[in-house]
Design a protein around this ligand. Structure first.
Ligand SMILES: [Fe+2]
Ligand SMILES: [Fe+2]
Length: 307
C-alpha cells in the first residue's frame, strides 16, 4: 500500500490520442452521474406494476441459479472496480472507475433484492464462476485486471443480460436488465479507452502474459457455463453464444492492443491461445453427440483448421 500521495495526476497529457481518451474517460464519470437510477424505487415500482408471478417452475429455478452467479459477479465487480479506483493514477480513468464502483454496488443490491423477492434469496457461488472472478480479483498487473474485468466479465454478463431480456421471461427482470446493460456498456467503454493507454509501451513478454491470462479467464468461463448448462437451457440461452462473445472480445482486445502499440510485432501467444481455447470449447459444448466427431473437431481446432 503506497503511503505517498502521487500529485502527478494533474500533469499535462502527452499525445493527442491520450488527450482524446482522457476526455472520453472523464465523460464516463459524468454520464454515469446523469444516468444514475434509484434501484430501490425502480424495483418497487416494477414489482407493483407487474408482480413476479410470470416466472414459474423450472424457469423460476433457473433464473434463481443463473442470476445468483451474476449477483456474485456484481459483488466481485464492485470489489475489483474499487481496487482499480484506488490503484489507477490517471485522472480520467480514476474518475471512470470511481463511478463504476457506485454502479456495481447498485447492481449487487438490486439483484440481491430481486432474488430475495423471487425465491427467498441467492444460491451459493458455483466453482466455475468463483474461479473466473477470483482469477481477476487476484490479478496484480493492472492490464490483466482491466482486460479481465471491463472487457471479459462485463462482455459475458452483457451477453447473458441481453439474452434473458430478449427471452421476455419476467417483465420486472427485463426492465431492470435494460438499465444494467446501459451501465455495463460504460464499463466496457472504460476498458476500451484505458487498456491501450496502459499497454502502449508493453513488451512482447507483457503481451504473452496478457494472452495467457485471457486464456485462464476463458477456461474458467467455460467451467462456469458448463456447471450452469441445465439452467441456461431452461432459459433458452445457448452457452456457445456466450462463449463466442468472450472469444470475440479476446480477438478484439488483441487487435486493439496491436493498433495502439503502433508496432506490428508478430503475435506469439495470441494464435496458440486461441487454438487451445477453441479445442476446449469444442469439447465442452460439442455440436455433435458422437464422440469421434467431437475429438476430430477439437483436433482440427488445435491445428488451426477451420471449416
Ligand atoms: Fe454490474
Ligand atoms: Fe459493470
Amino acid at each position: 500500500m503506497g503511503r505517498r500521495l502521487d500529485t502527478s495526476i494533474l500533469d499535462p497529457i502527452r499525445s493527442k490520442d491520450e488527450a482524446h481518451r482522457a476526455r472520453k474517460l472523464e465523460n464516463i464519470y459524468h454520464v454515469g452521474q446523469d444516468k444514475i437510477w434509484d434501484g430501490r424505487a425502480v424495483l418497487a415500482e416494477l414489482q407493483t406494476t407487474h408482480g413476479l408471478e410470470h416466472l414459474r417452475g423450472e424457469k423460476r429455478e433457473a433464473v434463481a441459479h443463473v442470476f445468483s452467479g451474476l449477483m456474485w459477479g456484481e459483488l466481485a465487480a464492485w470489489k475489483i472496480s474499487a481496487q482499480l479506483a484506488d490503484r489507477i493514477d490517471d485522472l480520467g480513468a480514476k474518475m471512470a472507475t470511481t463511478s463504476q464502483v457506485h454502479d456495481e454496488a447498485r447492481h449487487f443490491y438490486v439483484l440481491h433484492d430481486y432474488l430475495t423477492a423471487l425465491d427467498g434469496g441467492p444460491r451459493p457461488l458455483d466453482r466455475g464462476t468463483r474461479g473466473l472472478i477470483e482469477t481477476v480479483l487476484g490479478a496484480e498487473a493492472l492490464p490483466q485486471k482491466i482486460a479481465g474485468m471491463q472487457l471479459f466479465i462485463e462482455s459475458i454478463a452483457l451477453t447473458m443480460f441481453k439474452a434473458v431480456r430478449e427471452a421476455e421471461l419476467c417483465p420486472v427482470l427485463s426492465q431492470i436488465l435494460l438499465l444494467f446493460e446501459r451501465d455495463e456498456a460504460r464499463h466496457v467503454g472504460l476498458g476500451v479507452q484505458y487498456l491501450p493507454m496502459l499497454m502502449k509501451d508493453a513488451t512482447k513478454l507483457d503481451r504473452v502474459q496478457l494472452d495467457a491470462f485471457q486464456l485462464r479467464i476463458l477456461m474458467w468461463a467455460l467451467v462456469g457455463l458448463k456447471q450452469n448448462e441445465r439452467h441456461l437451457a431452461a432459459l433458452g440461452i445457448d452457452p456457445r453464444k456466450v462463449v463466442l462473445a468472450g472469444r470475440r472480445r479476446m480477438v478484439e482486445t488483441q487487435q486493439m492492443l496491436t493498433q495502439a502499440s503502433g508496432r506490428h510485432f508478430k503475435e506469439i501467444a495470441g494464435p496458440a491461445v486461441m487454438r487451445l481455447f477453441d479445442a476446449a470449447r469444442t469439447l465442452a459444448f460439442p455440436e455433435s453427440d458422437r464422440l469421434p466427431d467431437r475429438v476430430v473437431s477439437a483436433g482440427r481446432a488445435l491445428l488451426g483448421i477451420y471449416a
